[in-house]
Structures are given as structure tokens and as C-alpha cells.
Design a protein around this ligand. Sequence first.
Ligand SMILES: NC(=O)c1ccc[n+]([C@@H]2O[C@H](COP(=O)([O-])OP(=O)(O)OC[C@H]3O[C@@H](n4cnc5c(N)ncnc54)[C@H](OP(=O)(O)O)[C@@H]3O)[C@@H](O)[C@H]2O)c1
Length: 288
Amino acid sequence: MGREALNVTNQFNTLQFLTEFVTLLTLIVMKTALITGASSGIGAAFARELAARKIDLILVARSQEKLQQLAEQLQEKFQIRTETIVQDLTQTGAARSLYDAIAQKGGTVDLLINNAGFGDYGAFADRELQRQVDMIQLNITALVELTYLFLPQMKQRGSGGIINVSSIAGFQPLPYMSVYAATKAFVLNFSEALWAENKDSGVRILALCPGATESNFFKEAAFPSSFAGKNKSGYTSAEEVVRDALKALEKNHSTVVTGGTANQLIVNLPRLFPRDWLVSVVEKQFKS
Ligand SMILES: NC(=O)c1ccc[n+]([C@@H]2O[C@H](COP(=O)([O-])OP(=O)(O)OC[C@H]3O[C@@H](n4cnc5c(N)ncnc54)[C@H](OP(=O)(O)O)[C@@H]3O)[C@@H](O)[C@H]2O)c1
């Protein structure tokens, strides 16, 4: 190899080292994480993984007992500080109450994980309207409000991270989960736009797009048992989703699709097909 080529390689290695060093520093300065929907599934897995990394936790959901149990376990095992806040995030003004409760205690949030969410299986016209409205309130409105409230302080500090949980369902319309998939498309687009706006600010924004993951999601969404049981072996564990998400945040990616190659195909192939045809195929797949 010539001297010039060696120089370029050395410069590249130095640059790579510096990038990795800055990444490491970014995670070290993250002291406190706020996780919505921390009482089960992906949210609880985030809590366990971050606790193991010695990050203090503010855990939010409606199930007081589950939150309390998890907080006590993690506090004891990892010697971290935990706080639980019981909050129904479908209520108007819930995000502001949550923000105020933390601010009043002088708390700082370095990593916001907007994870709470649910789906609802069935033909749109047959489902309860209030459940669709609540879903939009939780999956979109609360997420936007919390992002709006916590982002300015992160920008001021020049550090921090926000993980917004979208889904592979956010990449194409999903018959029989129409509102859910549309909320996740919102989260995906919103988060990617914010990533670009903030990429030089020191604040990392990530759209986390899991495929089918082991959690209470399918039960909560009232998926028909025949359907929810299909391909269970293909489900990813919540722990794997969380590890992939944190790796992507460390690398400052805008988006991460978890769950392997099959999910990469699911999110990328739709671009190649006519939309009418594709959504008709998906309709057949999702009909119970
Ligand atoms: N599992 C999957 O296959 C999958 C795939 C892609 C994306 N996702 C997304 O991943 C996120 C986490 O879901 P999961 O799979 O872990 O399901 P999960 O086990 O059902 O967890 C949902 C969490 O959200 C909380 N939550 C629900 N309604 C709430 C409300 N009104 N106010 C506050 N918290 C509320 C739940 O706690 P409480 O009931 O105690 O309030 C629970 O902690 C969701 O945004 C979901 O859309 C899941």
C-alpha cells in the first residue's frame, strides 16, 4: 500500500475512533431516563437494560403495582434511583402534568422514551370510536407533547436523546389496524424530521420500528387468537428490540427496524409495488 493510501486509512481510523468516543461520552452523560409504558413489554425491557447501565429511571404507566414492583427490583439490584408516576396518557393535558411533576422536583430527563402505545384489531367501521380517539391521543398526541416539552432543555444542554416507538406497521397502510398503522406512520415521519432538525445539536432522535415482539400488545389489540398465535416463533424478544434500539441511538441513526432480515424486506419492498395492489395483498393477509 502506498504512503498516501496509508495516510487516508490512518485518518479514517482516527475519525472512526473520535466518533465512537463522542458516542460513548453521549451515553455516559445520560443520567436519567423517562420511559412511558414501562409496566410491561418493550418499556419494561428498556427499564431493565438502562438500569443495568446505571441510568436512573422515571417509570410511567397506569398500572401502579407493576411499576412499583419493577422499580423496587431494579433499585435493589442495580443501586439506581427510580421514581414511578401513574398516569393515563390518553387524558387531555396528561403530558403537561407529567412534565410539571418532574420539573417541580427539579428532575432532568436526559433520555425520553415515548413507548406507551396500543393497537386495535378489526374493520374500522366496526370498532369503537372512543378507542380510536384514545389511540391517537396516546400514540401521537402525548408523544408529540412530551417531545415538545423535553426537547428544548436537551438542546440547551447540547445533549440528550429521544426514542419514539413506531413500528414496521408505520411503513405501509394496514387494513384491520388502519388507525394504529397510521399513528405509527406519523411517529416515524415526525421522528425522522426531528432527527434531521437536531442532528447538529447534540440531541439524538430515533424512530424505533419493531416488528412482531413478545409483549402484551397482541392481547391488548384484541387480535383473534388464531392470528396472534400464527408465527409466534418469528417474534423478537423485547430485550433484543431494546438492545438494537440503544445501539442505533449510540450510532445516531434516525431509524432502526428490529427483528432481522424479514422485517427489512417488509419495510423496503412496498416501495417497488403499486399501492392499490400492495394494500389489497396486505388486506388478505390481515383478514381474520
Ligand atoms: N409488540 C409488538 O409486536 C410491537 C411492534 C411494533 C411496535 N410496538 C409498539 O411498542 C410499544 C410498546 O408496546 P408493547 O409491545 O411493549 O406492548 P405492551 O406490553 O402492551 O405495553 C404497552 C405499555 O403501554 C402502557 N400504556 C397503555 N395504555 C396507556 C395509557 N393510556 N397511558 C399510559 N400508559 C399506557 C402499558 O401500561 P399500562 O397498561 O400499565 O398503562 C404498557 O406499559 C407500543 O407503542 C407499540 O405500539 C409493539
